[in-house]
Design a protein around this ligand. Structure first.
Ligand code: ADP
Ligand code: MG
Length: 695
């Protein structure tokens, strides 16, 4: 027939208009272009060939070259997802979530379908999931159920240079899995050049370098020692911002508190200046709600400079394009085992030279950049370590020991670690597990220990749950453990501190912070889990919803393990005793007015001002604490009053009951018992354990 040229043209115009108007199409188009612009794209086929020919490949490439977002997709496109899932592990939760979101956008599907993620207490995957981002901890736990990781056709162990504890343990395990499964592909990625070590660990496997595209970065050291890095960073950032040079700014701070202060100060000082150009100040740290996290990737309005204030999450895990200036405080937060307090503590430490160089590199991705270091050249050279000590060599290993024991790794000291943990660390962690009854005298897993492995919790918390079942208060303890597994419940907004503190006090159970948490949970439940109620009482509604999710998941595990869910009603003394059974090794004794000392070490420790016990005029003789935090002094966080007898009953390896006074009568009169720390006995037990291990 006759072609109506005009109408055909109109139709074409109509269609193209439609497509242009469809933002989805526009987005896909630019995303495709973005993907092809990444350095990894240039070597795509070559890389896939190497992966096809080798069970293990180490991939090295600058941050931002496309390793995390592209590798999974390349493997998917190359057919690996036809016979299994492609996994990509991340040491950080934020990275797993954020990258999964990005990749689902790139693939044009919603999160949790083809692309999903799993982090502790949050599984956003489905049967349709082909590409799964996850924390390394999750994969480690999965290997408990599925030692050969049969569900996976390829595993990318991302951010290997970070040397997180779980990644290091996975290295040892996956090395064996790859030997058993010739169809599995293992790809280890690193942003730095320490690749040789990884390659030789896996048996001299190939190292694939992604050619980089980096620009020179000017490094500017501070001439004098910077006393206050927050103040220093604010000044430096403003100076950059008020100069005409274009480009976004990335500021590195050690943690959330410093980030918040820095952001506030920047906004405040800019407001004081007349005619200052606008600056979009954006924080990023792990506890920031994910919708706010996503903001760092969004384009600022035209002509507005972006200033991102970040923890070391932005060092290699997340890349924001357009950064031309880096301001480096020189500090980061690290979890380090503190022998003085007998546990891990998150503290601020100077970064390593490797960190410093990564941070500087962020300024040279899109063009030549500048990095302002808030420390002197001589402290860089003489004081900073060349590289950060791997986590496995500086933290408590109790969870790792539990896990490996349940994987039937008999001799932990000869497990194939890339860098073995110090023997003392290992023995100390085993000792802690022995105290909690998870290991027997021969160092083998007990029934309690076996049960503890099932829970994705710290050993003390899983112990508390298990004991609660025997004591008939598992419903209460389940709520408490769930409350302790989310960051912050109480909301303390600026300018309304007093009001919120008063609201908080209304929940206080005078003898226990744990019971205070229980009280909050129960009241929230009574009020129909209401958001309005939460807001009215200065309680984070979102955190409470998370508590409920965590509780549901822990409850599922309890059901699987045939653990009963019983309530003790109003008899909360039993709950306190249960708390004591998990924390007797962290006990403090009243000495003087409102002053406590650690029962075992005699070290002074203080009630935290936010504690329900603080300033209530009620100062019990003995308390146990959940953790110690160290700021200006040692604070006990989350404490519960306990009876002295309980400590003796539940922690006989530490404490014995001594009768004070001379006569029996006096004893009875006083009825007060005093405990003494059995340091010798403890040392003896440790020796025994060590001797057994060496046999
Ligand atoms: P690598 O893992 O090699 O450091 P990535 O795969 O993380 O590199 O990053 C590749 C590109 O994807 C970068 O340009 C980065 O800015 C971009 N990108 C990653 N996540 C997001 C996101 N959530 N939103 C927008 N862009 C992103
Ligand atoms: Mg990456």
């Amino acid at each position: 027939g006759k072609v109506d040229y005009k109408s055909e043209q109109r139709f074409a115009e109509h269609m193209s208009g439609k497509m242009e108007a469809s933002s989805e199409f526009a987005k896909l188009k630019t995303i495709k272009e973005q993907r092809q612009f990444l350095p990894i794209f240039a070597v795509r086929q070559e890389l896939l060939n190497v992966i096809r020919d080798n069970s293990v490949v180490v991939v090295v490439g600058e941050t931002g070259s496309g390793k995390t977002t592209q590798l999974t997709q390349y493997l998917h496109e190359d057919g690996y997802t036809n016979y299994g899932t492609v996994a990509c592990t991340q040491p950080r939760r934020v990275a797993a979530m954020s990258v999964a979101k990005r990749v689902s956008d790139e693939l044009g599907c919603s999160l949790g379908e083809k692309v999903g993620y799993a982090i502790r207490f949050e599984d956003v995957t489905s049967d349709a999931t082909l590409v799964k981002y996850m924390t390394d901890g999750i994969l480690l736990r999965e290997s408990l159920r599925e030692p050969d990781l049969d569900n996976y056709s390829a595993v990318i162990m991302d951010e290997a240079h970070e040397r997180s504890l779980n990644t290091d343990v996975l290295f040892g395990l996956l090395r064996e899995v790859v030997a058993r499964r010739s169809d599995l592909r293992l790809i280890v990625t690193s942003a730095t050049m320490d690749s040789g070590k990884f390659a030789s660990f896996f048996g001299n496997v190939p190292v694939f370098h992604i050619p980089g595209r980096t620009f020179p970065v000017d490094i500017l050291f501070s001439k004098t020692v910077v006393e206050d890095y927050v103040e220093g960073a604010v000044k430096q950032t403003l100076q950059i911002h008020l100069s005409p040079a274009p480009g976004d700014i990335l500021v590195f701070m050690p943690g959330q508190e410093d980030i918040e202060v820095t952001c506030d100060q920047l906004v405040e000082r800019l407001a004081e200046l007349e005619n200052a150009p606008a600056l979009a100040v954006l924080p990023i740290y792990s506890q920031l709600p994910s919708d706010l996290q996503a903001k760092i990737f969004q384009k600022a309005p035209d002509g507005v400079r972006k200033c991102i204030v970040a923890t070391n999450i932005a060092e290699t895990s997340l890349t924001v394009d357009g950064i031309m200036f880096v301001v480096d405080s020189g500090y980061c937060k690290l979890k380090v085992y503190n022998p003085r307090i007998g546990m891990d503590a998150l503290q601020i430490y100077p970064i390593s030279q490797a960190n410093a160089n990564q941070r500087a590199g962020r300024a040279g991705r899109t063009g030549p950049g500048q990095c302002y270091r808030l420390y002197t050249q001589s402290s860089y050279k003489n004081e900073l370590l060349v590289a950060t000590v791997p986590e496995i060599q500086r933290t408590n290993l109790a969870n790792v020991v539990l896990l490996l024991k349940s994987l039937n790794v008999r001799d932990l000291l000869s497990f194939h670690f890339m860098d073995a943990p110090p023997e003392d660390n290992m023995l100390n962690s085993m000792y802690q597990l022995w105290i909690l009854g998870a290991l027997d005298n021969t160092g083998a897993l007990t029934t309690t220990g076996r049960l503890m492995v099932e829970f994705p919790l710290d050993p003390a918390l899983s112990k508390m749950l298990i004991v609660a079942c025997d004591m008939g208060c598992s419903a209460e303890v389940l709520a408490i453990v769930s409350m302790l597994s989310v960051p912050t419940i109480f909301y303390r907004p600026k300018g309304r501190e007093e009001e919120s503190d008063q609201a908080r006090e209304k929940f206080s159970v005078p003898e226990s912070d744990h019971l205070t948490y229980l009280n909050v949970y129960q009241q929230w439940k009574t009020n129909g889990y209401s958001t309005l109620w939460s807001n009215q009482h200065f309680i984070h509604a979102k955190a409470m919803r998370k508590v409920r999710e965590v509780r549901a998941q822990l409850k599922d595990i309890m059901t699987q393990q045939h653990m009963a869910l019983d309530s003790c009603g109003n008899d909360w003394d039993i709950v306190r005793k249960c708390v004591c059974s998990a924390y007797f090794h962290q006990a403090a004794k009243l000495k003087g007015i409102g002053e406590y000392v650690n029962v075992r070490t005699g070290m002074p420790c203080h009630l935290h001002p936010t504690s329900a016990l603080f300033g209530m005029g009620f100062t019990p003789d003995y308390i146990v604490y959940h953790e110690l935090i160290m700021t200006s002094k040692e604070y006990m966080q989350c404490v519960t009053a306990v009876e002295g007898e309980w400590l003796a009953e539940l922690g006989p390896m530490f404490y014995s009951v001594k009768h004070a006074g001379r006569s029996r009568q006096e004893n009875r009169k006083r009825a007060k018992r005093e405990l003494s720390a059995m340091e010798e006995e403890m040392a003896l037990a440790e020796e025994q354990l060590k001797a057994r291990r060496e046999q």
